[in-house]
Design a protein around this ligand. Sequence first.
Ligand SMILES: C[C@H](O)[C@H](O)[C@@H](O)C(=O)CO
Ligand SMILES: [Mn+2]
Length: 414
Amino acid sequence: MSTVQRYELAREMYKKIGVDTDAAMEILKTIPISMHCWQGDDVAGFEGDGQLSGGIQTTGNYPGKARNPEELMADIDKALSLVPGVHRINLHANYAIFEDGFVDRDQLEPKHFKKWVKFAKERGLGLDFNPTYFSHPKASNASLSSEDEEIRTFWINHGKACIRIAEYFATELNSPCNVNIWIPDGFKDIPADRMAPRRRLKDSLDQILSIDYDKKKVLVAVESKVFGIGVESYTVGSHEFYMNYAAKNDLLCLLDNGHYHPTESVADKIPSMLLFFDKVALHVTRCVRWDSDHVVLFDDETKEIAKEIIRNGHERVILALDFFDASINRISAWVVGMRNMQKALLNALLLPNEKLAKLQENRELTELMMLQEELKLYPVGDVWNYFCEMNEVPQKEDWFEEVRKYESEVLSKR
Ligand SMILES: C[C@H](O)[C@H](O)[C@@H](O)C(=O)CO
Ligand SMILES: [Mn+2]
């Protein structure tokens, strides 16, 4: 049976439960996912030795990682060619391209990202941005919460520089740029003063955001974390800190589902955030026992997050991925993660969400459980394959042949 025939059967099946598969695919096509550039080179960037710090780790030594902008851009192209729809690229500041001499992070300017803008423009992609407060000698103790005023000023200036660069992205690409602030600051052991570093972080953020910038073009988010490697006892940028800071200053709160206690559900946090904020930003990742940043799977956690995105209005969620696996082919990692996020969104779009909500409202909980379970085996895969065909990307596992070929022709020669 052809993909189209299978799709037609699936369409009828979904129609019987009141779900319009064509409409679901139309919506899916419009949901951009910000693909993180840092999966392509293990968060190394282009500044120097690429030594990663800040309590995050890539493990593995799979051959073929991108070593320069040209290789990273080529790898991004390859990955995106295997993902349906038009997406965004999420850049970190340590991916600046120095054509006329190196400058430190406090001196970064739009010109250091000119090549990225050209790359994005030619492909119709939006760009998002992240200041890089790790992998730097001045971040060995702390960054925006530093007790050393010279160090803190350096990082404040980095934050300001990044806002200017983000505004340049938004203007050039005619698409708002999400700037996400994450810092690794914290303590390995029990601190004596939990307040002072947070007071300094608050002041640093105030200073960064005091510059004049267009708030319609630059959407600033703050990302909390529960702990990092080497900073297990105390994190300055905790959830409560950032949620309050974001609410008071009309910023976005970014929820990374690797950044909470393992039994906490980010899916459950989404509607709560959306009752008090216009939008919420996400880093979708996979946490295996800790914030391990494994590749996103089509698993229950991702599916639950996707349901909340769809049920509460996808246009209110700024969706980005965040993982870095160096133990497998890095392009495959991107493609698996991106396609799985989309599959999870499609799965959510193909649920009779109104009917399910009504069953809950009417407390018909027996039927609700039964239906939610039966829906799990509906033919979402047939709709997904048709969606891939319609968007001219390989369906099922067929895309992997392309990755294998790229590995033998390009990656293996690096
Ligand atoms: C590289 C990213 O900035 C980083 O992963 C951050 O978003 C994070 O999640 C740190 O754990
Ligand atoms: Mn993150």
